[in-house]
Design a binder for this molecule. Structure first.
Ligand code: SF4
Ligand code: SF4
Length: 294
């Protein structure tokens, strides 16, 4: 099988990696409550903004409950072809629960795509089991590649029991994200990179991130406008504006000119979303879930 055929096979029934796969759907399994960083745009009372959606998950599930939920919905909605874990914290800060959940789903539905979303801090050390379980779609949120910018985006990071802050934290996050992405790509895993666009913080840095991601060889790039949420570090600092649509459009156009595949149909879903993906424009502030997790 050629590389192109292999990729086509991987995206044919994945509605996030392929906008033409809109007849298929995904189930997000909220099994990962903890996080190993604090993003300044995140309010943990709400959700994981790895997918930048300040909605809520109705409840955190155990791996067994997540498997039962998948069976329940897959019987009702046979078009569900993707099982993903995207929070409400970071899936790899809850690596064992995430691994167990995927393991169960893999056994029950060998044909389902398994999909993971992470801030990347704990990515390098988790890639062996990710590959072994046949997870072929991983999203990494990279909000900057310059430590001077990144240190303004996170308040702290925790790795191997040590708390990191400021420049040291920024360098650690960037190093692990890049190392993780390189490793994923070397194992033929499709990588989607998300960047949360934060006005006045990283909005003028996104082209640089995109260029670097293109060089690394990611599959698709998704720029997500920050949704200001009360109670976040940014909110307290007075950073409350949503990015301008025109600026976002201009950035995406420039990124496309660089030859990057750009995601324009992200629904910024909840950590417990189930169903087909509906793009941002059509969403009109409604959650796109067809059901909550109970
Ligand atoms: Fe919140 Fe996700 Fe950032 Fe963790 S990685 S702080 S859950 S947005
Ligand atoms: Fe797909 Fe975006 Fe929804 Fe994630 S948040 S499941 S990438 S549409």
């Amino acid at each position: 099988m050629t590389v192109t055929t292999k990729i086509e096979k991987l995206i044919r029934k994945h509605p996030c990696y392929n906008k033409n796969a809109k007849d298929y759907g995904r189930i997000h399994l909220p099994v990962a409550p903890k996080c190993n960083v604090l993003c300044n745009f995140c309010n943990r009372k709400y959700d994981c903004s790895n997918e930048s959606r300040p909605g809520v998950t109705s409840q955190v599930l155990t791996p067994k409950e997540a498997a039962l939920k998948t069976i329940f919905y897959r019987e009702k909605l046979p078009y569900l072809t993707v099982a993903g874990i995207a929070g409400p914290g970071d899936p790899l800060a809850n690596a064992e629960k995430t691994r167990q959940t995927f393991n169960l789903i893999r056994k029950i539905y060998p044909d389902m795509h398994l999909c993971l979303s992470t801030n990347g801090l704990s990515l390098p050390e988790n890639i062996d089991w990710i590959e072994k379980l046949g997870i072929k779609h991983v999203t990494v949120t990279v909000n900057g590649i310059d430590p001077a910018i990144v240190e303004n985006i996170y308040s702290f990071a925790v790795k191997d029991g040590k708390v990191y802050k400021n420049r040291e934290m920024a360098e650690l996050i960037i190093e692990n994200q890049i190392k993780g992405i390189r490793k994923l790509l070397s194992r033929n895993i499709l990588v989607k990179v998300n960047t949360v666009m934060i006005p006045g913080i990283n909005d003028n840095h996104i082209i640089e991130i995109g260029k670097f991601m293109k060089e690394l060889g990611i599959y698709i790039y998704n720029v997500i406008p920050m949704i200001p949420v009360e109670g976040t570090v940014f909110w307290k600092k007075g950073i409350k504006k949503t990015p301008q649509k025109e600026k976002l459009k201009k950035i995406k156009n420039e990124l496309e000119k660089l030859g990057l595949k750009i995601m324009n149909h992200c629904g910024r879903c909840r950590a417990d979303a189930v169903g087909r993906v509906r793009g941002e424009q059509k969403r009109k502030n409604k959650f796109i879930t067809v059901a909550s997790s109970n």
